[in-house]
Design a protein around this ligand. Structure first.
Ligand SMILES: Cc1cc2nc3c(=O)[nH]c(=O)nc-3n(C[C@H](O)[C@H](O)[C@H](O)COP(=O)(O)OP(=O)(O)OC[C@H]3O[C@@H](n4cnc5c(N)ncnc54)[C@H](O)[C@@H]3O)c2cc1C
Length: 321
């Protein structure tokens, strides 16, 4: 079978493309390496969205929540309901590798099965590829780029590397669960983009001294029981450490771009695309947060959900008429 459109990635942006395709009666397959909204499943257990529910809606279906900011489970259930309502067609637990353009059709290669389509939308986000510290010891089991919950770290020395929202939230949760928290950042201060309701809490805890900080400080090495740091004031020095959360952000997989022949900006890692999100490969589009490359704060659910209609309109005119 040749599909009209194959969407890669069942995140909020991929789902919004899929919904628009179904509304236009296109034959559709969504290929997802995990389960539905896989990234959300791996977010911190007790996270709440910073957006209000209506800004997370897709397909015109209302997202009701008892609180102003819905939580992770509200989000997962909402997007699953959208998928059910629109009867979206999925191939789950299938890892996409690359596309091959064969003129009238595009081959979509996964680890164990190949598919054919007239158009493909890559909406794989960035959450699988953390920005690495590139220091010795980063590979140790005690180091993670994904924070989940704080309870197993009671009385442990936990270092948070970074100074944005995720770093601030995890530092606060860990402190409140009884961990000894140290926040380490190569810059001179907390990010100004930390949400306005989180900023006073983290600033006050730092001022109180219950969360320690090292600003203008670089991590040189991580060992089983210590971290080696360096700053101008103290030179090289060590701190006791049991666990590390490196909240240093994420970047899209350029491997997908390179294997599929998709051009991207070498500096930002953002795929080159037209105003209707088509890449340099005819019929291959990008949607959602993958578009912003390393600048993760540019496209999120609120605006990524709007790509679907533009893409589907373009696909219909160019490849299905
Ligand atoms: C803690 C936290 C809170 C947030 N709160 C908000 C908020 O309040 N409001 C907001 O607008 N945004 C928020 N965001 C950002 C938002 O979640 C992301 O921008 C959004 O998920 C991006 O959607 P996406 O569909 O582009 O990518 P993703 O949601 O990352 O989806 C990509 C999908 O592609 C799949 N995939 C990846 N590689 C492959 C492959 N090779 N083969 C097959 N499938 C693959 C993944 O498994 C995943 O399901 C938050 C992010 C975090 C971390």
């Amino acid at each position: 079978m040749i599909y009209d459109i194959i969407v890669i990635g069942a995140g909020p942006s991929g789902l919004s493309v899929a919904v628009e395709a179904v509304k236009e009666n296109l034959s559709l397959l969504i290929i997802e390496k995990g389960g539905i909204v896989n990234s959300l499943q791996n977010y911190p257990t007790s996270m709440t969205f910073f957006s209000t529910p209506e800004l997370l809606e897709i397909g015109g279906l209302p997202f009701t929540s008892s609180t102003m900011r819905p939580n992770r489970i509200d989000g997962i259930q909402y997007y699953r309901k959208v998928a059910e309502y629109y009867k979206l067609n999925f191939a789950f637990h299938k890892k996409f590798l690359k596309t091959q353009n064969n003129g009238n059709e595009i081959s979509v290669l996964t680890e164990d099965e190949n598919f054919k389509s007239r158009s493909v939308v890559i909406a794989t986000g960035f959450f699988d590829n953390p920005n690495l510290l590139n220091v010795k010891g980063e590979e140790l089991k005690k180091v993670s780029h994904y924070y989940d919950e704080p309870f197993r770290f009671y009385k442990n020395n936990v270092a948070i590397i970074g100074a944005k929202n995720s770093a601030a939230i995890s530092a606060l949760e860990l402190y409140r669960a009884g961990a000894n928290v140290t926040l380490i950042h190569r810059g001179s201060a907390l990010s100004e983009n930390i949400k306005y309701w989180i900023m006073p809490d983290i600033k006050n805890r730092i001022e109180e001294g219950v969360i320690s900080t090292y600003f203008n400080t670089n991590v040189l090495e991580i060992t089983e029981s210590k971290i080696l740091l360096k700053n101008n004031e103290k030179g090289e020095f060590e701190i006791e450490n049991d666990f590390v959360f490196a909240m240093t952000g994420y970047r899209p997989s350029v491997e997908i771009f390179e294997k599929s022949g998709i051009k991207y900006d070498a500096e930002t890692l953002a795929p080159i695309h037209t105003s209707s999100f088509e890449t340099n490969i005819s019929g291959v589009y990008v949607a959602g947060s993958i578009i912003s490359g390393k600048n993760n704060n540019k496209i999120f659910i609120e605006n990524g959900r709007l790509h679907g209609k533009i893409i589907v309109d373009d696909v219909k005119i160019k490849y299905l008429s």
